[in-house]
Design a protein around this ligand. Structure first.
Ligand code: NDP
Length: 342
C-alpha cells in the first residue's frame, strides 16, 4: 500500500516513515523544504524509490495537500506546531496551523484522495488531560480537555504557552472528528494520543536549540537545566517514540482500529527516573553525567500523579511498551551520536 505521511521531517514522523518502509509500504511524505526531503531520502536510501517527498510549506494554504493525497491508500497526518511560544497570540502560531491544517488536509483527502481508506492523526494527551480536574485521575480515551479550549476565548493573548498548545491539539482533534461526522467520507479516522514522547532521534536537527520540544527537555537535562529539587516534581506521562510510531502504523493496517482514539502511554514518570538511568549507564559521557543532579535514587515511583492509561493500545493494536531504561538509554545514545556529528 501507498501511505502519505505529512510533516515527515518531525521527530515522531521519521520513525513512522522508517517503520512503514521496513514493512514494505511505499511512502510519500510532505516536508517544508527541499533540504529536509533530501535528508530523508539520504537517511532511507536503502529503500530507494519506495520513498518520495513533496513540498507543502504552509499547512493552512488551501489545496496545499491536493496533489500529495492523490493515489495513496492511507494518510498519516502528524504535522502540527509543538512549541509554547505564542508570541502575543496563540491563534496565529499554534491554534490556526493545528486546526486549519487538520481541516485542510482532510478536505484535500475528501476531494482528491479517492483511494484513501484510513486516516490516522497524531493528536496528544493534551487533548485528553484537563488541568482543572482535581484529585488522582486515571485518564482514558473517553476523556477530553475542556478547560484549555475555554481559555482560548477567556484569556486570549494572556493564555500561557503550554495551555495554548493543549488547546491547539484539542481543537484540531475535535475538528477532525467533526469533519468525519459532517462529511461522512469513504475513509475512517483514528487518532493517536501520546503523552511526552521520548526515545532516540532520527530526524535532522540543524542545531540543538532546534531539537523538537520533548527531546529538547532531555537535551536540557544533560546540559544542566534541572536542579536537585526539580527531579521529584510531577512531570506527567511519557512513552517511547518507537512505540508511538508502531501505534500509528498498526492503526493504519488493522481494520478494527477505525473510529478509535488510542492513548499510547508507558505511564507517569519524573525526571528522577530519567536521571537514575543516566547515572547507571556507563555509555553516557561523563561531562553530561556531571550536569545531571543525582537527586534521590529510586524515589521516582513514590511521586503520585495523574496517569494516562495506555492499555487499549496494547489490547487492540498489540503495543508492548518499551520500558524506561531502554527509552532513556537509547535516547541519550542517539543524542551523543548527534553531538559527535556536530
Ligand atoms: P516536531 O517539531 O519534530 O514535528 C512537527 C512536524 O510538524 C514537523 O514536520 C514540522 O515541520 C511540522 N510543522 C510544525 N509546524 C508547522 C507549520 N506551521 N506548517 C507546516 N508544518 C509544520 O515534533 P514531534 O514529532 O514531536 O510532533 C509531531 C506531532 O506529534 C505533532 O502533531 C505534536 O503535536 C504531536 N505530539 C508530540 C508529542 C511529543 O512529546 N513530542 C506528544 C504528543 C503529541 P518542520 O520539520 O519543517 O518544522
Amino acid at each position: 500500500d501507498h501511505v502519505l505521511v505529512t510533516g515527515g521531517s518531525g521527530f515522531i514522523a521519521v520513525w513512522c516513515v522508517y517503520q512503514l518502509l521496513e514493512r514494505g509500504h511505499k511512502v510519500r511524505t510532505t516536508v517544508r523544504s527541499d533540504a529536509k526531503g533530501k535528508y530523508l531520502q539520504d537517511l532511507f536510501k536503502k529503500y530507494g524509490d519506495q520513498l518520495s517527498f513533496v513540498i507543502a510549506e504552509d499547512l493552512e494554504k488551501q489545496g496545499a495537500f491536493d496533489d500529495a493525497v492523490k493515489g495513496v491508500d492511507a494518510v498519516l497526518h502528524t504535522a502540527s506546531p509543538f512549541h509554547f511560544n505564542i508570541d502575543g497570540d496563540p491563534r496565529g502560531t499554534l491554534i490556526n496551523p493545528a486546526v486549519n491544517g487538520t481541516r485542510n488536509v482532510l478536505t484535500s483527502i475528501h476531494k482528491h484522495g479517492k483511494d484513501v481508506k484510513r486516516v490516522v492523526i497524531t493528536s496528544s494527551f493534551a487533548a485528553i488531560l484537563d488541568s482543572t480536574r482535581k484529585g488522582h485521575i486515571v485518564y482514558t480515551e473517553k476523556d477530553w480537555n475542556i478547560s484549555s479550549v475555554e481559555n482560548v476565548e477567556k484569556q486570549g493573548k494572556d493564555q500561557e504557552g503550554p495551555d495554548a498548545y493543549r488547546a491547539s491539539k484539542t481543537m484540531a482533534e475535535r475538528a477532525a472528528w467533526e469533519f468525519v461526522e459532517e462529511n461522512k467520507p469513504t475513509w475512517d479516522l483514528v487518532t493517536i494520543n501520546p503523552p511526552l514522547v521520548l526515545g532516540p532521534i532520527l530526524h535532522q536537527v540543524a542545531a540543538p536549540e532546534k531539537l523538537n520540544t520533548s527531546v529538547g527537555f532531555v537535551w536540557g537535562l544533560l546540559h544542566g537545566s534541572k536542579k536537585e529539587d526539580d527531579l521529584l516534581a510531577p512531570s506527567g506521562n511519557c512513552v517511547d517514540v518507537r512505540d508511538v510510531a508502531y501505534a500509528h502504523v498498526e492503526a493504519l493496517v488493522r481494520a478494527d482500529a477505525g473510529g478509535n482514539r488510542f492513548a499510547t502511554s508507558l505511564g507517569p514518570f519524573v525526571w528522577q527516573d530519567v536521571a537514575d538511568v543516566i547515572h547507571a549507564d556507563n555509555a553516557v559521557p561523563s561531562e553530561w553525567k556531571k550536569q545531571v543532579p543525582q537527586g534521590k535514587h529510586g524515589e521516582g515511583s513514590s511521586v503520585k500523579q495523574n496517569e494516562l492509561d495506555g492499555s487499549k493500545a496494547t489490547r487492540v493494536l498489540g503495543l508492548r511498551y518499551i520500558q524506561m531504561q531502554d527509552v532513556v538509554k537509547d535516547m541519550v545514545a542517539s543524542l551523543a551520536d548527534y553531538e559527535k556529528r556536530g
